[in-house]
Design a protein around this ligand. Sequence first.
Ligand SMILES: NC(=O)c1ccc[n+]([C@@H]2O[C@H](COP(=O)([O-])OP(=O)(O)OC[C@H]3O[C@@H](n4cnc5c(N)ncnc54)[C@H](OP(=O)(O)O)[C@@H]3O)[C@@H](O)[C@H]2O)c1
Length: 269
Amino acid sequence: MLPTSFLKIEWRGWFENYIHNSMKLLEGKTALVTGASKGIGRKIAEVFAQHGANVAFTYLSSVEKGQALEQELQAFGTKVKGYRSDASQFAEAEKLIEDIVSEFGTIDVVVNNAGVTKDGLLMRMTEENWDDVMNVNVKSVFNVTKAASKVMMKNRKGSFINMSSVVGVQGNAGQANYAASKAGIIGFSKSVARELGSRNIRTNVIAPGFIRTEMTEVLDPKVVAGWEANIPLKRAGEAEEVANACLFLASDLSSYVNGQVLPVDGGML
Ligand SMILES: NC(=O)c1ccc[n+]([C@@H]2O[C@H](COP(=O)([O-])OP(=O)(O)OC[C@H]3O[C@@H](n4cnc5c(N)ncnc54)[C@H](OP(=O)(O)O)[C@@H]3O)[C@@H](O)[C@H]2O)c1
């Protein structure tokens, strides 16, 4: 006979799956997720497809992973397509939006997630490392938002979700370029929220804390343990926990949320 604790766990898992599968929060919506070949972006694409969205996503250097994701997401039964596109290039972002509109018909949700780090103390930071991080992290958000906003303005609806970081709010030694880029995303998003709100287009920011992905797995385990000790929840976050916050901001559940920064950080900020 099975112990009662086992039955409770099984029942809970079944119930959670049932709720997840029966509530399709993004049915009928088309979403673009930039930088979805791995990490947080990949999970967002998966959760969106699971919730009934048609999903366009981008990748850049991880071509095989991007192609594999396109195959995997077919299982959810919605339209899915991956594009190799450099979000930091203005012309490529414009072409991307044109291609998505001709393939999917429209765009309702954009998650500007693509990002990189090139860490180093200010004294050693090169101009190239500054420029690369600013171009990929902030200029990309301008590029994609500008192109996609034309589509949303015609539709008189839309939701932009821009991926910042707790570091953009509180700073971090060794990440002056990254922190500046992530703070820039907040200022940009709050401005766009004021400009486009009258067209029923919402713009919000997510500020993840320390999330377990390829971006953070390169960190020294001692540094990681130090960070975790300072997080009120005493653990790193998972990509799915960020994706679930994106799901809320992408869906109509957040229809009156605009111009906000939502930390997903275990209480760090
Ligand atoms: N992990 C964390 O703890 C954490 C915390 C706060 C904020 N964030 C932010 O969350 C986002 C995702 O982070 P992550 O940890 O999932 O990072 P990740 O695992 O390194 O993934 C980054 C993604 O961005 C894509 N990308 C990079 N440059 C690009 C470009 N120019 N054009 C298009 N795509 C590009 C990469 O694609 P390719 O591999 O194909 O080049 C990859 O899919 C980033 O904006 C990051 O700053 C992460």
